[in-house]
Design a protein around this ligand. Structure first.
Ligand SMILES: Cc1cc2nc3c(=O)[nH]c(=O)nc-3n(C[C@H](O)[C@H](O)[C@H](O)COP(=O)(O)O)c2cc1C
Length: 289
């Protein structure tokens, strides 16, 4: 671990360093076999909804050149199970935790935020950008009026918990949505979620993913993330958590130079479970230099 202070303040919450896990790519039981989860700046957990949600049909992941497609959907056991079985062990292990919040409707998002406001969770990340659920999610992330309305309502029930809004790259101009949610009271932004994509199996002539399309992540999207963070940082004042294809400390630093205050590691951790701590070490080395 770095021997100098790398801590960052994200909306009033101190992260001991700027490296987080990206939502949906972290598993406590597996990761804690390899590193202390409290060594990272923040652990972002998988999207959680009011009631349990089932997942999409398999196959729901496919490799691509320089990345992967997933159509996991927001499969989860609901907020009550999350509090007891996901949040509790992470807090006991000393982690700073950001809960990724999902919903089909504003009321559903608000129920989760209100419930989590009474827990030890440190930050809320409102996912308005999942390309793999039919209602909610991306429907808010591609409409600035709907996104702003959602944030206004969530802020009314989230108490003292900072509200970070996770933005989709699947829009014409990400800064429009970013500015709309900032004006509506968002405390921070995280970007980018996956880019919508598809692969077709030449033998069947059908899409590889049962869902048809999925979300592209990994190294292929890193330059898109750098550009979108850069554009957003030019117009917004609230802190940005950058993500998208971060495989090395250099990739993380690039996002920070573009304007991110912290960086999350997603797909890299699916290839190599210690990627978040490796990337943290590499970032520290580059900063020292
Ligand atoms: C398997 C998988 C599951 C994901 N689940 C979620 C999720 O539940 N909520 C969310 O906001 N983003 C989710 N994401 C998106 C990531 O958090 C991240 O924004 C995206 O993958 C880009 O980062 P990366 O290229 O480092 O993976 C998921 C990504 C993957 C690959």
């Amino acid at each position: 671990m770095p021997e100098f202070d790398l801590s960052v303040d994200i909306c009033g919450v101190t992260w001991k360093n700027p490296i987080a896990t990206a939502s949906g790519t972290f598993n406590f039981r597996e990761s804690s076999r390899y590193y202390r989860v409290s060594d990272l700046g923040c652990i972002t957990t998988k999207g959680v909804s009011r009631e349990p949600w089932g997942g999409n049909e398999t196959p729901k992941i496919a490799e691509t050149r320089s990345g992967m497609l997933n159509s996991i959907g927001l499969e989860n056991r609901g907020v009550e199970m999350y509090i007891d079985h996901d949040l509790k062990p992470l807090k006991e292990a000393g982690a700073t935790v950001m809960a990724n919040v999902a919903g089909h409707t504003i009321v559903e998002y608000c129920s989760v935020a209100e419930r989590l406001a009474k827990t030890a969770v440190d930050l809320l990340e409102i996912n308005i950008s999942c390309p793999n659920v039919k209602e909610g999610g991306i429907a808010f992330g591609t409409d600035k009026t709907a996104a702003a309305e959602l944030v206004t309502r969530v802020k009314k029930v989230s108490g003292a918990k900072p509200v970070i809004v996770k933005l989709s790259p699947n829009v014409t101009d990400i800064t429009e949505i970013a500015l709309a949610v900032e004006r509506a009271g968002a405390d921070g932004l995280s970007l980018i979620n996956t880019l919508k994509g598809m692969r077709i199996d030449l033998n069947t002539g059908k899409p590889v993913l049962a869902n048809g399309s999925g979300g592209l992540s990994g190294p292929a999207i890193h330059p898109v993330a750098v550009w979108m963070v850069y554009e957003t940082a030019r117009v917004c004042r609230i802190p940005i958590i950058g993500m998208g294809g971060v495989m090395t400390g250099a990739d993380a630093l690039e996002l920070m130079l573009a304007g991110a205050k912290a960086v999350a590691v997603g797909t890299a951790a699916l290839i190599d479970p210690v990627a978040p701590t490796r990337i943290l070490g590499e970032l520290a080395g580059l900063l020292r230099k």
